[in-house]
Design a protein around this ligand. Structure first.
Ligand code: HEC
Length: 123
């Protein structure tokens, strides 16, 4: 094999290796791709999502729309009234949240939904 052909072969191999990344690893939020909703908890999953997306505008000192997401009790109240899911899932009857921002990634919404469907426990 000539050096030229060898170089070509190596390049082909290198280029091919770029395509081993699985789609679901690259785009975990895509509908249909894997999204692990098992083991979802309030403290480990939902509370951190609230902290990074909601609590700045929804804490006891600044409860926008009279909604608090930074405490379990505040969140539970919004969940029980139904307004919480409508707001984050951008459904009619609620202001879309986070206000002024993008809808949360699909996988995050599915995790939150799994927690709500489990009865929104304080776990
Ligand atoms: C930049 C500030 C801001 C952020 C970030 C934000 N909100 Fe809000 N939110 C508001 C304001 C202001 C209101 C009250 C006015 C309104 O309903 O539009 C509100 C209202 C709400 C309501 C009541 C909606 C209704 O129709 O009565 C819910 C539920 C809510 N927010 C949940 C959330 C959640 C959950 C997040 C995070 C995913 C979030 N918000 C992020 C500012 C914010």
């Amino acid at each position: 094999m000539s050096v030229r052909m060898l170089t070509f072969a190596v390049l082909i191999l290198l280029a091919g290796s770029c395509y081993y990344d699985k789609e679901e690893d690259l785009y975990p939020g895509l509908p249909g791709s894997s999204c692990d909703t098992t083991g979802v908890t309030w403290s480990g999953t939902v509370a951190p999502l609230m902290a990074s997306n909601c609590n700045a505008c929804h804490n006891p000192a600044a409860p926008s729309g009279n909604v608090v997401t930074s405490t379990f009790d505040g969140l539970k109240t919004a969940v029980n009234s139904g307004i919480f899911w409508k707001a984050i899932n951008h459904e009619a009857g609620a202001s879309p949240m986070p206000q002024g921002g993008n809808k949360l990634p699909d996988c995050d919404l599915r995790k939150i939904k799994a927690w709500i469907d489990a009865g929104a426990p304080q776990n």
